[in-house]
Write a protein that binds this ligand. Structure first.
Ligand code: FES
Length: 184
């Protein structure tokens, strides 16, 4: 069977290319045992599968395995360890910022990518770049780390609406009235 070779977290990894068209996310999770990147929407919208490809943020559900050949891939596992977390990981832990935890990977990887290119971003720049995974959930109390996983669906829907209209929904529930007032 042909293989696809890529550099994952600094090490060369050869993956059986039984389907070179499959998303890189599947190869990471199923073939390499790297589970930090999550499957959320599978449509490039929610950011749960975010990682770095050649230092740029990429949604691994939309990157084909064959297109990652020879490229440098960094997942959250490659940033730090439980004993020595990356400063961004350490900051989220210190602030108990995980919420349900499902989008944490997207927040971490997007923040790392932002800070690599812009070490001192303005508040507006940071908000714009990190909005992918930030949805306020006034329907839930802020339980902090350990909260049961909810769903990447709100972020995916908000990003789909943003892509289509340029307007951003920022809190659930996404009612038709809220959508109408956004578009008015
Ligand atoms: S699972 Fe990739 S963006 Fe949602």
């Amino acid at each position: 069977m042909p293989t696809v070779t890529l550099i994952v977290n600094g090490a060369s990894r050869a993956v059986d290319a039984w389907d070179p068209e499959m998303p890189l996310l599947y190869a990471l999770r199923n073939d390499m045992g790297l589970h930090a990147a999550k499957f959320g929407c599978g449509l490039g919208q929610c950011g749960a599968c975010m990682l770095l490809v050649d230092d740029a943020p990429a949604r691994s559900c939309t990157v084909r395995l064959k297109d990652a050949a020879g490229r440098r891939v960094v997942t959250a596992e490659g940033l730090g360890s439980p004993e020595r977390p990356h400063p961004v990981q350490a900051a989220l832990i210190a602030e108990q910022a995980a919420q349900c935890g499902y989008c944490t990977n997207g927040m971490v990887m997007s923040t790392v990518a932002l800070l690599r290119g812009t070490p001192r971003p303005s508040r507006e720049e940071a908000q714009r770049r990190l909005e992918i995974a930030l949805i306020d959930r006034p329907d839930q109390p802020p339980l902090g780390a350990g909260e049961a996983a909810s769903s990447p669906v709100p972020a995916a829907l908000a990003n789909a609406v943003f892509d289509a209209t340029g307007m951003r929904l920022r809190s659930v529930p996404f009612s038709s009235d809220k959508l109408k007032s956004l578009l008015a």
